[in-house]
Design a binder for this molecule. Structure first.
Ligand SMILES: NC(=O)N[C@@H](CC(=O)O)C(=O)O
Ligand SMILES: [Zn+2]
Ligand SMILES: [Zn+2]
Length: 422
C-alpha cells in the first residue's frame, strides 16, 4: 500500500520542499517529483508544512472506568486531530492496570480502538496507593512502556526507592507525578497573592519541589530512568539541572499550559484554570521556558485530562483537576512561541516529537526514509478560533476556548494510514 504526499514543506534537520512516498507503513522515498506507483493514494499539500507525527507521553484516556470523560476511541481521535501519531496513556483508570491481566486487556483495547499508536504506562503501586509495588518484570513483559501513578504522588520514600530498583532491573522508566499530599492539603491553585485575591486555598511550590528533591536522590541511588511529569516550578528546573550535571538519568516534561499561563492570568474563580500542578507564578513560567531552551527540560507533554461539564462547572473548590490539551497544544505553542520568535519551529517539533520519542525509546519522531510513516500536515497560515465544536475529545475543559491561533491540522498519518483528515 502506497501513499504519496506531494508539494510538502518538510520540517526537520534537513528541511526541503518536495514529495514523500510511503510503502506499507514506512517512508520509502523523499524527493522531488516522485512517481506514484499503481494504486497509490495521492495527497497534494500545496505547500503546507509536513512534520514528524507529534508524540505525547502524557494523556488520560479514562477507559476503562470513566468513559463519560473520554474513551480510548475519542481520546485517540482527539490526539490525531492535534497532529499526534504516538501517545502514552496514564493508568489512573478503574480497574488500575497494576496486574498483567488488566494491562493486557487495556493494551489490546488501545490497539483496537485507535488509529494512532497508543502505548500504555502501568501502575507503580497496587491501586495507586503508595504501599505495594507492582510486578515490574511481568508488566514490562506484557508491554508496559514504563510505570506511573500519575494523578497521585508516591508518598512513601522507601516504596518509591523499591519501585525504582524494580523498574531499573527491567530497564523501564519511573514516570513521576510529583506531589506531597501533606503540602497539597486542600489547595486548589498556586499559593500566593492571586489565591489570596480570589479567596481560594493555595498549595505551595514545596508540594512539588520537596518530593522532587527526594526522588532525584533516590533516582541517583537506584540508577533508574526517572521522568518528571508536568514540571511547574523554577526550583524544580534548578533541581533537575543539578541532577543532570551529577549524571542522574533524569528526563522531564513541561505542559503547554504551564508555558502559556501563570497564576496571575487566572481571571476569576473559574474551574477551567484548575489543574495539577497548578499554574505557578510568572517567575516560574519564565524558568520553565528557560529550562526548555537550555535543555534541562527535555520535552513538552499535554497532560490531556478530560472531565465532564459538571465536573468543571462552578467554583475551583469543587471542580476536578485537569484540562484537555491534545487538540490545542501545537497551535497554541506555535502561535505564542514560534510566531513570536521565542522558539523555532524545529525546536518545537523536537520537543513535541523527536525528543520524547528518543527519551522513551519510541520508534517515531523522524521524517526519514526507512522510518515509520507517521507524520502530520499543518496549515500554519490561516487563523482560526479554538472551538470545542471542532473537537473529538469528550472533554471541553480548557481555558483557551475562543483564542485565535495558527496551526490547523490538515492530515495526520500513522503507520501509512490516514488517522485524521480535515
Ligand atoms: N493534571 C490533572 O490535573 N489531572 C490529571 C491527573 C494528573 O495529571 O496529575 C487527571 O487525571 O485528571
Ligand atoms: Zn500528574
Ligand atoms: Zn496527568
Amino acid at each position: 500500500m502506497h501513499l504519496l504526499i506531494k508539494n510538502a514543506h518538510v520540517v526537520g534537520p534537513e528541511p526541503f520542499d518536495g514529495d514523500l512516498l510511503t510503502t506499507d507503513g514506512v517512508i520509502s522515498a523523499l524527493g522531488h517529483d516522485l512517481h506514484a506507483p499503481a494504486k497509490t493514494t495521492v495527497i497534494d499539500l500545496k505547500g503546507a508544512t509536513l512534520m514528524p507525527g507529534l508524540v505525547d507521553v502524557h494523556v488520560h484516556f479514562r477507559e476503562p472506568g470513566f468513559e463519560a470523560k473520554e474513551t480510548i476511541k475519542t481520546g485517540a481521535q482527539a490526539a490525531a486531530h492535534g497532529g499526534f501519531t504516538t501517545v502514552v496513556a496514564m493508568p489512573n483508570l478503574n480497574p488500575v492496570p497494576d496486574n498483567v491481566d488488566d494491562l493486557e486487556h487495556l493494551i489490546e483495547k488501545n490497539h483496537q480502538d485507535a488509529k494512532i499508536h497508543v502505548r500504555q504506562f502501568a501502575a507503580i503501586t497496587a491501586g495507586l496507593h503508595s504501599q505495594k509495588p507492582t510486578d515490574y518484570a511481568g508488566l514490562r513483559a506484557a508491554g508496559a512502556l514504563g510505570f506511573s501513578n500519575d494523578g497521585v504522588g508516591v508518598q512513601d520514600a522507601a516504596t518509591m526507592y523499591q519501585a525504582m530498583q524494580g523498574a531499573a532491573a527491567v530497564n523501564a522508566p519511573i514516570v513521576a507525578h510529583i506531589e506531597d499530599e501533606g503540602f497539597k492539603g486542600d489547595g486548589v491553585m498556586n499559593a500566593g497573592p492571586k489565591a489570596d485575591e480570589l479567596g481560594l486555598p493555595g498549595m505551595s511550590n514545596l508540594t512539588e519541589t520537596a518530593q522532587l528533591a527526594r526522588d532525584l536522590v533516590l533516582a541517583e541511588a537506584s540508577g533508574v530512568h526517572y521522568h518528571a511529569c508536568h514540571v511547574s516550578t523554577a526550583t524544580s528546573v534548578d533541581l533537575i539541572r543539578f541532577a543532570k550535571a551529577r549524571g542522574v538519568n533524569v528526563t522531564a516534561e513541561v505542559s503547554p499550559h504551564h508555558l502559556l499561563l501563570a497564576d496571575q492570568d487566572i481571571p476569576s474563580d473559574n474551574a477551567m484554570y484548575k489543574m495539577n500542578p497548578p499554574l505557578r507564578s510568572e517567575k516560574d513560567r519564565q524558568a520553565l521556558i528557560a529550562g526548555l531552551l537550555d535543555g534541562t527540560l527535555d520535552m513538552i507533554a499535554t497532560d490531556h485530562a478530560p472531565h465532564t461539564a459538571e465536573e468543571k462547572t462552578g467554583s475551583m473548590v469543587k471542580a476536578s483537576f485537569g484540562i484537555v490539551g491534545s487538540e490545542t497544544a501545537f497551535a497554541l505553542l506555535y502561535t505564542h512561541f514560534v510566531m513570536t520568535n521565542i522558539f523555532t519551529l524545529e525546536q518545537l517539533v523536537n520537543w513535541m516529537s523527536t525528543s520524547p520519542a528518543e527519551k522513551f525509546g519510541l520508534n517515531a519522531g523522524h521524517l526519514l526514509v526507512g522510518e515509520p510513516a507517521d507524520f502530520t500536515a499543518m496549515d500554519l497560515c490561516t487563523p482560526y478560533s479554538i472551538d470545542p465544536k471542532d473537537w473529538f475529545s469528550k472533554g471541553h475543559n480548557s481555558p483557551f476556548i475562543g483564542e485565535v491561533v495558527y496551526g490547523r491540522t490538515l492530515y495526520t498519518i500513522a503507520g501509512g494510514r490516514i488517522a485524521y483528515k480535515a
